[in-house]
Design a protein around this ligand. Structure first.
Ligand code: SF4
Length: 291
């Protein structure tokens, strides 16, 4: 599949995240920081954060290193973003992070990315796991995210999902120090709506392009294993597709839904979220199948 993306300079990737430097690039970044007049850029091997943003992020949301010295001067992980790479046995999986807040706007029409040398993490090559991922990805390709959801859960899921989401106390989670403003903004409407739901709200269907985007987000999350720690790829699919369902109940307009889904795709990577929704294999079964 083609990798298409254009950075719209929203600055979202430079807020709410702490960039870890490679040991060999630390001196170079400290030198650039000195030339930019940025004091103490590195703390514990990571770029210092000031008021939710990387120490190099400018008031306009741009990267000062990029602006003054070019894209290739940035730390390797930043120069690579939004590409993500994973090695699973002999297989190289390379894709685009669906947690980029503007990815929806350019996923079909953006520049074609040609990955070269990539920083790559490694994942388990366990054949059972790889087979399960392939099966879920095949189902997604054939039936889209709603079809996959129907395949994974039994009737009554929507009410069980609302009850599970309410255990999250999303408003409190979003108010924690360290939660990025973009993530809080993306999920604020969901946090406000949740406590008022007892039954599934009636929903307006997503437009076809947005619907296809949800399928793509679930696909990327499974293929790139972007929710490390979530017990199974089926659980990842359930978390992401369930989140999309709830967000579509809140506001299906692309300009609200797409950044909210990106924020949700980031949120389910944190144990504070997934471990509350799926605290045990039994809880996962009860959520999916009832009983
Ligand atoms: S170094 Fe630049 S690109 Fe990387 S997080 Fe900081 S501001 Fe963003």
């Amino acid at each position: 599949m083609e990798l298409r993306h254009t950075c719209l300079s929203c600055g979202g990737s430079c807020r709410g995240a702490r960039v870890t430097l490679l040991a060999e690039e630390r001196a170079r970044i400290e030198d650039l920081a000195a030339r930019l007049g940025v004091p103490e850029p590195v703390v514990d091997g990571r770029l210092r954060v000031v008021d939710d943003a990387c120490v190099f992020a400018t008031a306009e949301g741009l990267c000062a290193i990029h602006r003054e010295f070019g894209a290739s001067a940035k730390p390797a992980i930043c120069a690579q973003y939004p590409l993500v790479a994973l090695r699973v046995g002999e297989q190289r999986r390379i894709g685009i992070d669906p947690g980029c807040y503007t990815a929806f706007r350019t996923w079909r029409t953006g520049e074609r990315l040609e990955p070269a040398h990539m920083l790559m993490s490694s994942g388990s090559p366990d054949p059972g796991l790889v087979q399960l991922e392939a099966m879920l990805l095949g189902l997604l390709a054939a039936q889209g995210w709603r079809g996959l959801l129907v395949g994974l859960v039994r009737p009554g899921f929507e009410s069980r999902w609302i009850a599970a989401l309410n255990t999250l106390r999303l408003s409190e989670l979003l108010a924690r120090p360290g939660t990025s403003r973009d993530q809080s903004a993306g999920l604020a409407a969901l946090a406000t709506a949740l406590p008022g739901w007892t039954e599934p709200p009636s929903s307006t269907p997503l437009d076809p392009e947005l619907d296809a985007w949800v399928t793509e987000v679930v696909r990327r999350m499974i293929h790139l294993r972007l929710a490390a720690g979530v017990p199974t790829p089926a659980a990842v699919a359930l978390l992401v597709a369930g989140g999309a369902l709830a967000l579509s109940w809140v506001d299906p307009r692309p300009e609200c839904f797409a950044p909210a889904l990106a924020a949700w795709a980031r949120a389910v990577r944190t144990p504070q979220v997934w471990a509350k929704l799926l605290p045990s294999p039994e809880a996962l079964k009860a959520l999916a199948a009832g009983g």
